[in-house]
Design a protein around this ligand. Structure first.
Ligand SMILES: [Zn+2]
Length: 290
């Protein structure tokens, strides 16, 4: 499931590829996404320019002329593909590889631009969605209004963190995944951040010491920035013509690594897997003792 870095890279790719393009038409192959698509919303886009693309948490916002906003969430398996004038498909982020044969079955919505370029919304499991708002009301939408600060913003700081965890008994891992505390993290980055911070995932949030909070803040920002940077550079120029050369495997330290040796060179332990609130949780019992 794409989390903040994956979505941020989509946003940056789209800025480069489709910002300022005019919509010619939109073809809808499937109306049954997480929320049912109303084809009328899409027909209104005809002839409109995409003014800008922004991101909030794991959401993408397409700002069209006439104050129209399309809010996109990628759900579990949502992906945007860009198709160039000469029909070359390229990916917009690093969490998937292109598959010429299989992808076509799951192309749900296709935006055609003037000049024969296309943007495809592809979603195997259909948990993602495309919803419409306007410039005035989108911030009050159910999806955006209760979101906590962006982790890379100044609002996500020591004072905020310390105040928030007061009396919070829940495990620190759940805290990181709580979108009202910090927006954009999911299970993968929550596990990775706790590993790098050397904090045990079941630790009660309220018991974090000041130094640990400071370490977690710094590491959260660094882990996300690094992923955005590396992911972004892996996407550049990656089109279907480059084939396997551009395929990319995300590198995690603990996520999905149960039974594997801890990636810290001086550690002899193996990564273990437990469940917290029914979500797979990975950690090193030596490096994340407390
Ligand atoms: Zn270790």
């Amino acid at each position: 499931m794409p989390e903040l870095p994956e979505v941020e890279v989509v946003k940056r790719s789209l800025e480069r590829k489709i910002q300022n393009l005019d919509i010619k038409k939109v073809i809808i192959n499937e109306t049954n996404l997480r929320y049912r698509i109303n084809p009328n919303d899409f027909s209104k886009l005809k002839g409109l320019k995409i003014k800008k693309i922004t991101r909030r948490s794991k959401f993408l916002l397409f700002h069209f002329k006439n104050s129209i906003i399309m809010l996109a969430h990628l759900g579990m398996t949502g992906k945007f593909f860009f198709v160039s004038q000469n029909n070359r498909k390229s990916k917009t982020s690093f969490y998937y590889n292109l598959n010429e044969k299989k992808d076509n079955i799951h192309n749900r919505v296709i935006f055609h631009f003037k000049g024969r370029q296309k943007l495809i919304y592809n979603d195997v499991r259909k948990f993602g969605f495309l919803k419409f708002y306007n410039e005035k009301n989108y911030n009050n939408s159910l999806h955006l209004k209760r979101l906590g600060p962006e982790p890379l913003s100044k609002n996500f700081n020591f004072k905020y963190f310390k105040h928030y965890i007061k009396n919070k008994n829940r495990p620190v891992k759940n805290l990181l995944m709580d979108q009202t505390f910090i927006s954009g993290l999911g299970n993968i980055y929550a596990n990775e951040i706790l590993f790098s911070s050397k904090i045990k995932p079941i630790r009660k949030a309220k018991n974090l010491k000041d130094l640990e909070i400071k370490r977690m803040l710094k590491i959260t920002k660094n882990v996300l920035k690094k992923s955005i940077m590396e992911g972004g550079s892996s996407v550049k120029n990656f089109s279907s013509l480059n084939g396997k050369k551009g395929s990319f495997q995300q590198k995690f330290n603990v996520y999905g690594k149960q039974g594997k040796n801890c990636s810290n060179a001086d550690c002899k332990k193996r990564i273990i897997k437990i469940k917290i609130s029914n979500r797979a949780t990975f950690f090193c019992p030596a490096c994340q003792k407390y």
